[in-house]
Write a protein of this length. Structure first.
Length: 462
């Protein structure tokens, strides 16, 4: 079987590209201008318009809604948020617990909105299963599990090898941790349905309209400038393409493969009847789901970063990355060694220098932004959008502080990434260290995390 490489993503190969919306026809005004038509921008438009129906909201998207990470991700709607442990150190444990509780509730919020708006995104709430394959991974898994309980996740469960196999029969798995706060979904069905819902509310969406510069009350494009009291940057991994933002968030590459559909006998040999999303405790970790049409979609980092914060255009990924992801698939499920890989693709996610997701509104300029999700954006975008809504309503005098505006990730400041070539060298070295550590841990008998990985985590700020 030949593998389709690129074409944005497998999800778009299934669904087809959306019908194009018109670009910006010229200079315009709005109450709120949102730059970026992915999950963050569309959720923000949705919640703002629902809260204040008379608002004139314009969304500007460089390609089409969902072209970036929102249309290429692994379809993990789950309660993870980048930076929670750091927020606990900066603001106290209780503040981080409130942030975690908000993320737990966000999984339900997305599911409820999809039901209310009639968005069929192949949602199935099977939770998240994260597995360990070695003594070192098992020790990290137990520490991770204990930490999640400490942040209030009392319904999380810890399994041994036998209990793990009862859920999914993964070769060599010695333990796992499961949380109910997760669901599988089809990323493109979600983003298409959300864009349609936003447009139906009366939000103006202009596609094929790249924004080249954002400054107070202005979003500048080749077709004209949108002037608005509030301009929100919702560009995640593509932020580096904006003037002055080259070192704000690093565009980290993540790649995926999708198999051909499995037979009933193959699924019987694996299990996976609960449709959990699946991850592991490797340093260069993987993520996977059982799709609604009976495939395995599996991802990992591949080549993590392109020099100069460059981003791809069509989702094409490197042959060695496809082979590396196939090796993970076969290592987990040896009985699938001959299974065909139908599609491979890649995309970028936003990584702040301290690996902390943030949501911000600068009340002196009206500029706002949210992102830096470090791969956990499917749910976090929704919480960010509701928080941006509350921040704008607070700033405009329509409401006071809310539980969301008081969360510790609000208005968090992050220093910029190092200039090139230090940025490229640092990321390449970090992931080489992680892969080497994974190889050593896989054959080792020690329960201690490889010291090279520990050092790489500390230096990188991860």
């Amino acid at each position: 079987m030949s593998t389709i490489n690129g074409g944005i993503s497998f999800w778009y190969a299934q669904e087809g590209a959306p019908a194009p919306r018109e670009p910006l026809p010229g200079d315009a005004t709005a109450d709120v201008c949102i730059v970026g038509g992915g999950y963050t921008g569309l959720w923000t438009a949705y919640y703002l318009k629902k809260a204040v129906p008379f608002l004139n909201i314009t969304v500007l998207e460089a390609k089409f809604c969902g072209y970036g990470a929102s249309g290429r991700n692994g379809g993990w709607l789950y309660n993870g948020i980048a930076g929670r442990d750091r927020y606990a150190k900066l603001h106290g444990h209780d503040a981080a617990v409130r942030l975690q509780h908000a993320m737990n509730a966000t999984v339900t919020e997305v599911i409820d909105v999809c039901a209310a708006e009639g968005i069929d995104a192949d949602l199935h709430r099977g939770g998240v299963l994260e597995v360990a394959h070695s003594p070192a991974q098992l020790a990290r898994l137990k520490d991770f599990h204990t930490g999640e309980l400490a942040f209030g996740e009392k319904d999380r469960e810890l399994y041994g090898a036998r209990e793990t196999a009862e859920r999914i029969r993964i070769a060599g798995a010695v333990g796992s941790s499961w949380t109910p706060h997760g669901a599988r979904l089809h990323p493109v069905k979600l983003v298409k349905g959300l864009a349609d819902a936003v447009a139906a509310l009366g939000v103006t969406i202009h596609e094929s309209t790249p924004v080249t510069e954002i400054r107070p009350k202005h979003a500048v494009t080749p077709y004209g400038t949108v002037r608005a009291p509030y301009v929100l940057r919702c560009t995640e991994g593509f932020t580096a393409s904006l003037a002055g933002q080259r070192r704000t968030w690093l565009p980290m590459n993540s790649s995926m493969i999708a198999t051909e559909p499995l037979s009933d006998a193959q699924w019987e040999s694996i299990g996976w009847d609960g449709l959990e999303t699946l991850g592991d405790m490797a340093h260069a970790y993987m993520y996977a789901q059982r799709t609604a049409d009976g495939r395995i979609a599996l991802g990992g980092r591949g080549v993590p970063y392109r020099f100069g914060s460059r981003t791809d255009n069509d989702g094409r990924t490197q042959p060695q990355t496809i082979e590396a992801l196939r090796e993970i698939l076969v290592r987990f499920f040896p009985q699938l060694a001959g299974l065909g890989i139908e599609h491979a693709w890649s995309g970028v996610l936003g990584v702040p220098r301290d690996w902390c997701a943030t949501v911000t509104l600068d009340r002196s300029t009206g500029l706002g932004w949210a992102g830096g999700y470090v791969g956990s954006g499917v749910a976090t975008t929704n919480l960010a959008a509701r928080t941006l809504r509350d921040l704008i309503q607070q700033d405009s005098g329509q409401s006071g502080p809310t539980e969301l505006t008081e969360l510790p990730w609000v208005n968090h400041k992050v220093r910029k990434w190092e200039p090139e070539p230090l940025r490229w060298l640092g990321v390449q070295t970090m992931y080489a260290a992680f892969r080497g550590a994974d190889r050593r841990e896989a054959v080792g008998r020690s329960a201690a995390t490889d010291p090279v990985a520990t050092f790489a985590n500390r230096v990188s700020g991860r």
